[in-house]
Design a protein around this ligand. Sequence first.
Ligand code: ZN
Length: 199
Amino acid sequence: MSDGCILVKNRVKGKHLRALVKPPQLCYGCRPFFRVAFLTKIVVMTDADYMRLALELAKQAQAAGEVPVGAVVVKDGEIIGRGYNAPISRHDPSAHAEMLALRDAAQQTGNYRLTGCELFVTLEPCLMCAGAIMHSRVARLVYGASDPKTGACGSIVDAFAEQRLNHHAEVVAGVLAGECGAMLSNFFALRRLQQQKKS
Ligand code: ZN
């Protein structure tokens, strides 16, 4: 059983915070449950918390011998899509973590539009994934490490700054960038070592 999820109004700042409510059967902010929810433990989820979940998925990619990138799609605080990098094992050049998380979320919601959703990914999206993010109408993109080779959110090109495109997600860069980047650099360092041993 997964954790329930509500939006909690932050009375100080007037902003909505995402929160997971335990026990899981208390969820979705309908009024009777909302009152009870305040009697239970409320865990406010930050961007860093969701990024840690994406990092867990990145570890699964690494375990499968893929470049370790993970992604989650969040709607109203609830995770509705998960993905990790798998182009080699799937024989699919489009099987980046973001693409798989977006597909998972669209399947879960039965809607190809992911309006109001947030995407958390450990690495700056490439041009393909930036395009998919725009097509899906994701409202907010949060990524960890920058990608100086293929990053399409400012590193090589900035797709989200192109005013002629008709949808623009809010972009937040650098959340847990150190951890996300370290996972990638450790992976490539290990791979270089293994290749040196073979040759
Ligand atoms: Zn990509």
